[in-house]
Design a protein around this ligand. Sequence first.
Ligand code: TMP
Length: 209
Amino acid sequence: MTSTGLFITLEGGDGSGKSTQAELLSTWLTDAGHTVVRTREPGGTELGVELREIVLHRRGHIAPRAEALIYAADRAHHIATKVRPAIERGEIVIQDRYLDSSVAYQGAGRVLDPVEIRNLSLWAAEGFMPDLTILLDLDESIGRERLDEARTKYDRLEAEAHDFHARVRAGYLALAEAEPDRFLVLSATGSIESIAAQVRARVEALLAA
Ligand code: TMP
């Protein structure tokens, strides 16, 4: 089967289960005969792996605007060299995190101007937007509990305080409200299978359209 090029992103707080859902969706689409590219930001390219290491694991302070620029640099290279070419070949890209992460984390979380952050990403990615964004919405305290069970060490963003993650969540919900056609908002507290079924239904509709 030839795939229709499609760009699907997954968003949500840390511990919301994005990677699990991305994996399930990817397997389902691959089994149906589509060519799928699974990728993520930051870190979807060789350059991105180095930028990810800096932005998430470098010891010491990184100024908020510098942090925003590192994510934007990762995004610019990723979209230009990997994502856009795949979509132009008619493939389906399933990506953990995209520009909505920057608006939620650097905008709402770090309290930078969300419009400026969005415009920075749009410039970096030459305006490239997802066909569908799945937001796995989760109370930040539950996200924290899930991370506590899964991690022995936190990265720079995960280590931020409760308030930061509460602002990120609110930032995401505001984004979804502003673009209801692009976003599918699902509660991340549902079972893995019920979330996966709702994701599949939406993607099926998109492929049929
Ligand atoms: P993850 O790949 O494990 O989700 O970790 C990426 C971290 O980086 C996560 O805490 C969210 C954060 N992040 C931003 O702050 N801004 C961004 O633009 C992106 C893509 C991620």
